[in-house]
Design a protein around this ligand. Sequence first.
Ligand code: SF4
Ligand code: SF4
Length: 353
Amino acid sequence: MIKRRLGRTNLMVSIIGFGAIKLPQVDLETSTKVLNRALDLGMNFIDTARSYGDSEEKIGFALSGRRDEFYLSTKTHALTYDDAVKDIERSLKSLRTDYIDIYMCHNPNHPSKFEKVMSPNGPLKALKEAKSKGIIGHIGFSCHRYHETMEKGIRSGEFDVIMIAYNLLNDELLDERILSLAKEMDVGVIAMKPLAGGFLAAPPAALANKSKIPINAETALRFILSNDAIATAIPGMMRVEEVEENARIGENFLSMSEEEKRMLMEVAGSLGKEFCRGCGYCQPCPQGILIPIILRHLTYYKYYDMREWAKGRYRMVEVKADSCLKCGQCVEKCPYNLNIPEMLAEAHHLLSQ
Ligand code: SF4
Ligand code: SF4
């Protein structure tokens, strides 16, 4: 597996890292197999977060005996010193380790949140203390959409690593400004959501057929990694086959030509932005609506020509989309600014026919 230097951390990370956000969707036995396979195939970077359900526990269970074979990154949503101290303790316990290579502040995107992170009694203070005690190797932050926050974080000098959503369909970062700045400041860049929640690994035929070059996991990952500001891309994985396919891509990586990139972006741009990436940030909904699940069925109905299948799945959904009260809580949390209540209304209309 090809490796790259993760900015000034000097960690040499595999260009394909393991995104552990999907582990809560599989049982302990499967997650153990998947994680071990990832290490066997040369992935040496695993990213999780306090808020990814039991992902930390599953990593701890599966890999505590192989801790010296990989770099570990986790994140906290804490916005105070005390909460961050507690989260670091919980992470160490769940991950069954005494050292975390990278600990990140989890998406302090809004300026008010970022201010809290940086405040004298904020989580950054706790992370710095943990670093000086040798519990944490490096401090980072993840950020969606807010370029101002990304820039402030990079320029602050406090963070060695930034994690951003970067993929073919996420055109917000394609102007490269943030990536160039990170490179200039030697801040390591981790690309999350490289396959847009799995969408780019198996895009709808309507999209794939338009393209002169195939749109699949390989081209989507090659597109990202052709930018040398990116050290590693971390697709979310929960099946051994996904690990094997992604590892192959990391082994055989070839940079993409400008012409290939242009062709891919042209097709991706024609899809529009009105689909759910399945990231789950909008949850929980006070009405108990499982938003990513329902919107996934909507995607299958609209783009994959799997109408009856999607309707059948929707029948099994306990809390239907018409329970939405349009309170807007989910919209505030969606990194892609999707109009979730409107999409749920469409889903209910189409899927309950
Ligand atoms: S707008 Fe609807 S789906 Fe979103 S949180 Fe409120 S009730 Fe739930
Ligand atoms: S609606 Fe938005 S936040 Fe929720 S899963 Fe989809 S993309 Fe993520």
